[in-house]
Design a protein. Structure first.
Length: 387
């Protein structure tokens, strides 16, 4: 599986007269904060956890330069298909010079995330300018195969388990950060190697609250509750968002929930093979404008309404079709002319937060199939009411 992916990428490199491909990747400890880890995992299955690694795809063998001595035993145990090199990042340049075919250039992947000290240590040993192959690799990752989809379905099932456990956790009336800790521990105990949640509990939900300093509130009657789950299983991301209230839901909160549900349905309807990728964001935005909330609340706060899922939390190319609304300076969405195809996997999570009024968010893992969109999460989307 990994060898076939490397072969496909190397064939693209040869079309550009490149003799090798060099892939930089962080470990999974950065979670959603790294894109390079997804590329490294897709091509090798390797996770260097809290340290960086370098993969060198050469004509004869594929080499893995392990950046931490503490990861070396695991690399030797798990990645016997690779030639393992025990060398720190400041020595990568010297080793790389011995692995590259003489007189031929190399293509790079993930170098945009490479720390400057590592990059500087490689200067002088690389033959000429190094063209990026990030785009070529991103296109190879657009459609998931059956092996990947099985793992994503299993990751979705873990998300469902956490949503199902939330009610009991809320009933214990403990601070939100303690609820998060229990849920994340449950995910890890049941197979996830990484799990990060956000849990907003407030009379008026305001934004995604991740960290202990902002999640001290103890649930009380009248509170809104929004839970976001993002986890990985064998490197494959699972993700979802559900919401509800402590006690009866307020009418204004029900109206917000209905709005995001309508946006989600509109986005899913646009997820069909042959349709333009850009149509998904456009459909959700049109539904928001139809609801008149956007015009009535210019101070509305939102984060990205969707993104691709895969070995990266924000799978490249697919994610760029959804603007990051939370960042006022974010670039506009672009779909790179991509048409939707069966096997593409998305997280759609329309969301709205109105200062002083409340918020709503729903997140679904949605697979594009020839028959239409398929939701991988099974936990009900309807707003829960907890005692």
């Amino acid at each position: 599986m990994f060898a076939a992916r490397r072969d496909a990428l190397f064939a693209l490199a040869r079309q550009r007269a490149l003799g090798a491909v060099v892939v930089f990747g962080h470990g999974s400890a950065l979670g959603a904060g790294t894109a390079s880890h997804g590329a490294l995992r897709f091509l090798s299955g390797w996770d260097s956890r809290e340290s960086p690694s370098l993969l060198v795809i050469a004509p004869d063998r594929t080499h893995l330069l392990v950046g931490s001595p503490f990861m070396l035993p695991l690399a030797r145990q798990l990645r016997r298909d690779l030639v393992i090199h025990d060398v720190r990042p400041d020595g990568w340049g010297a080793v790389l010079a011995t692995l590259l075919p003489p007189g031929e250039g190399m293509g790079t992947i993930g170098f945009a995330e490479m720390p400057l000290r590592i990059h500087d240590a490689m200067v002088g040993v690389r033959p000429g300018r190094d063209p990026s192959l990030d785009l070529e690799l991103s296109r190879l990752r657009l459609v998931k195969d059956e092996v990947q989809l099985r793992r994503h379905r299993a990751a979705a099932a873990l998300c469902d388990e956490l949503f199902a456990a939330l009610g009991k956790e809320l009933s214990n009336r403990r601070p939100a950060w303690q609820i998060q800790l229990d849920l994340e521990t449950q995910a890890r105990r049941n197979g996830a190697e990484y799990c990060r949640t956000w849990l907003t509990i407030a009379p008026e939900a305001d934004y995604c609250r991740y960290w202990r300093e902002e999640t001290e509130r103890i649930p009380e009657p009248g509170d809104q509750v929004l839970l976001g789950v993002a986890l990985t299983l064998d490197g494959h991301w699972g993700h979802g968002i559900r919401m509800g209230s402590i006690g009866p839901q307020k009418p204004e909160h029900a109206a917000l929930a209905a709005q995001v549900e309508a946006m989600l349905v509109a986005g899913m309807a646009a997820l069909r093979p042959g349709l333009p990728l850009a149509g998904v964001e456009a459909a959700m935005e049109a539904r928001l404008r139809d609801g008149a909330l956007l015009a009535a609340h210019p101070d509305m706060v939102r984060f990205r309404g969707g993104h691709g899922l895969g070995f990266s939390y924000e799978e490249p190319l697919l994610t760029e079709a959804f603007r990051q609304h939370f960042d006022r300076g974010a670039p506009p969405a672009t779909d790179h002319g991509i048409e939707l195809a069966g096997g593409m996997l998305f997280e759609l999570h329309p969301n709205i937060f109105l200062p002083g009024l409340g918020g709503a968010a729903l997140g679904e893992m949605v697979l594009v199939t020839p028959e239409g969109p398929e939701c991988l999460l099974r936990f009900p989307r309807a707003c829960a009411v907890w005692p």
